[in-house]
Design a protein. Structure first.
Length: 428
């Protein structure tokens, strides 16, 4: 019998193979961007990523002088590292937060700036030739809340989480935000299944793609190319599976920086699929395209074809210690090292720890019942005796039997880093 995960993977692989062939044959539609501009940008993607210009973006000042363009919530320095328009969570700040990441600690990935939307006037437009009769339907927030709700715990993780380690561990440059491991958060999301909303909107048997678009500002590259609002298509099979339109996060309305009043949540997929501030969903009878599945969020580089890989879907496997980088730890003391491991493709089955730079390994104790698309906390004791620098390693294995490798094949935009991270500490 073929498992659900195996059949889904085969279906997605075939879908992406056809999508890439249609793109290269000139059959793609990327609304809002001329094809000549898209092909020029695609050709350049293997060399360097373009940078965003946040048009009219406000600047938010956080505690202790931290500043990030267009982020609303406080960004205290003990919780966040500011990276342009983004804020990365410091993993050590998660040590006492429990299984779900509080909104106060949740990382922020913005292409431009957080919009300030009014839930009373917000509506979601669903339209396209993939609906029966080509009709258009609108839902208010109140409409969504009258539908049967569902709650799901899942992480949201940027595709570039861990990007900086391509350079610092592997000596290979990668363009984009230099995340360490803090571009992830795990929350309890409540909302309505996207499949239910599509059903009520009248999805037809001819529909193949669904493309949500955000209500944040249009994204403009540093060479002046306007790529329009952030949007990325989903195959109807995924949209009809486990995707929800979330209006609550950890039991409260979504904060502004995390998609208020409604966001898309696509469990296990790269974060770009979980469109924040969603206001528009196109349902199409033909494959849809945008810069976020052609120029961005594909793998380019020496081990990939010139046109790049298929568009990224699932995230990968990672582990992180809840320790500051280069932490100082007293010798001749028992330390309880803690951390988290996560996988998009299976539940975590074991985490192995090395405290001697990989010469020996031992199993960590798992604190949570592991599930796919969430993380698992772990702990292990360590009693160092000899002062000096050393390196801690955490290596996870999931139910697909995949184990974190010693290195990740390079790609120019630094996506899907899954290698064991070398966490430097000093015993004093």
């Amino acid at each position: 019998m073929i498992s659900r995960e195996t059949s889904e993977g085969a279906s997605e692989a075939e879908y992406d193979r056809r999508r890439r062939a249609q793109w290269l044959a000139g059959e793609a539609r990327a609304a809002g961007v001329a094809r000549r501009d898209m092909m020029r940008l695609l050709a350049a993607a293997g060399a360097a990523a373009t940078l965003p210009v946040a048009l009219g973006a406000p600047r938010a000042r956080a505690a202790e002088g931290a500043v990030a363009a267009g982020i609303v919530k406080p960004l205290p320095a003990d919780r966040f590292t500011i990276r342009g328009t983004n804020a990365e969570t410091k993993f050590e700040a998660l040590a006492d937060t429990g299984f779900h990441t509080p909104a106060s600690h949740f990382f922020v990935r913005n292409h431009t700036a957080t919009p300030r939307l009014d839930a009373k006037t917000w509506s979601l437009r669903i339209w396209g030739d993939g609906l029966r009769g080509g009709r258009t339907t609108e839902f208010t927030l109140a409409d969504l809340k009258r539908l049967p709700s569902t709650t799901r715990t899942a992480f949201v993780e940027c595709a570039g989480n861990g990007r900086s380690f391509f350079t610092t561990q592997q000596g290979q440059p990668a363009s984009g935000t230099a995340w360490t491991l803090g571009a992830i958060g795990n929350a309890r999301w409540r909302g309505v299944r996207l499949s239910e909303v599509l059903r009520r909107a009248g999805v037809s048997r001819h529909a193949v793609d669904v493309m949500p678009s955000g209500l944040d500002a249009e994204y403009v590259t540093d060479d002046g190319t306007n790529l329009g609002r952030v949007r990325r298509p989903l195959p109807l099979a995924k949209a009809s599976d486990d995707v929800i339109l979330a209006y609550e996060m950890n039991g409260a309305p979504l904060p502004a920086d995390h998609g208020y009043p409604v966001r898309v949540l696509v469990p296990a997929w790269v974060g770009i699929a979980s469109i924040k501030w969603v206001g528009d969903i196109e349902v199409s009878a033909t494959p849809l395209y945008s810069p976020w599945n052609t120029q961005f969020y594909r793998l380019f580089g020496e081990t990939y074809p010139p046109e790049g890989s298929a568009p990224l879907t699932h995230q990968t496997l990672k582990s992180a210690f809840e320790l500051p980088w280069n932490a100082s730890l007293p010798a001749s003391t028992t330390h309880h090292l803690t951390g988290r491991s996560w996988s998009a493709n299976g539940a975590i089955t074991r985490v192995d720890i090395s405290t001697d730079e990989g010469r020996t390994w031992h199993k960590a104790h798992l604190k949570d019942t592991p599930h796919r698309a969430t993380w698992t906390r772990w702990t292990t004791p360590w009693h160092p005796k000899t002062p000096g620098p050393t390196t801690l390693l955490a290596r996870a294995t999931d139910t697909t039997t995949h184990t974190q490798p010693p290195s990740t094949p390079h790609n120019t935009q630094g996506y899907l880093f899954d290698a064991v991270v070398r966490h430097a500490v000093r015993v004093v």
